[in-house]
Design a protein around this ligand. Structure first.
Ligand code: GAR
Length: 191
């Protein structure tokens, strides 16, 4: 059975879907949900689902990313995850941190990578006049939003869409895609 930790920064709707998926014959179980924001709504949801939670506020660390990560790693080391899932985790991680989880860290990004790495993906897709948008689950490497693509889902862009409309349409697909990819990734027969 693979042990999965999830990092979040906000409401954690993707995290909830991942937690819900890890039951029955699923090859993984959640061991920790951690956030850089002690107020993140997802922490309450995870705790209500019986999953251990931790928060390390990044703000007192200022520009000291390594200091923040060292404290986060204390929680992660104690939880001994085999797989680390970023689910709406909005802090850039250092190469040292990423190396610790090389080949076993996943992220969901709200665009059809390699298009629109970084922020404001939906506004950028609309501005470009794209006909479709979507989301990508990929392995995390030191270069932002650039690791191996493990799965993608597409949605049409409709006339008059706002970034919020598009975000809502893409999020529905995120909720389906991320659990599907995690299951595949965690399957001992496949890894
Ligand atoms: C999701 O749309 C996710 O793809 C995005 O943040 C949202 C989190 O929602 N992630 C990024 O932009 C990462 N750069 P959630 O907290 O409800 O899962």
């Amino acid at each position: 059975m693979k042990r999965v930790a999830i990092l979040i920064s906000g409401g954690g709707s993707n995290m909830v879907r991942l937690l819900e998926s890890m039951t029955g014959d699923h090859p993984a179980r959640p061991v920790l949900v951690a956030s850089n924001d002690p107020q993140a709504g997802g922490l309450t949801k995870a705790a209500a689902m019986g999953v251990p939670v931790a928060a390390v506020d990044h703000r007192p660390f200022g520009k000291d990313r390594a200091g923040f990560e060292a404290q986060l790693l204390e929680h992660l080391d104690a939880a001994r995850p085999d797989i680390l899932c970023l689910a709406g985790f909005m802090r850039i991680l250092t190469p040292d941190f990423i190396r610790r989880f090389e080949g076993r860290m996943l992220n969901i990004h709200p665009s059809l990578l390699p298009k629109y790495k970084g922020l404001h993906t939906h506004a950028r897709a609309l501005e470009a006049g794209d006909a479709e948008a979507g989301c990508t689950v990929h392995e995390v490497t030191a270069e932002l939003d650039s690791g191996a693509i493990l799965g993608q889902a597409r949605v049409p862009i409709q006339a008059g869409d706002t970034p919020d409309d598009l975000a809502a349409r893409v999020l529905v697909e995120e909720h389906r895609l991320y659990p599907e990819v995690l299951r595949r990734f965690a399957d001992p027969a496949l890894t």
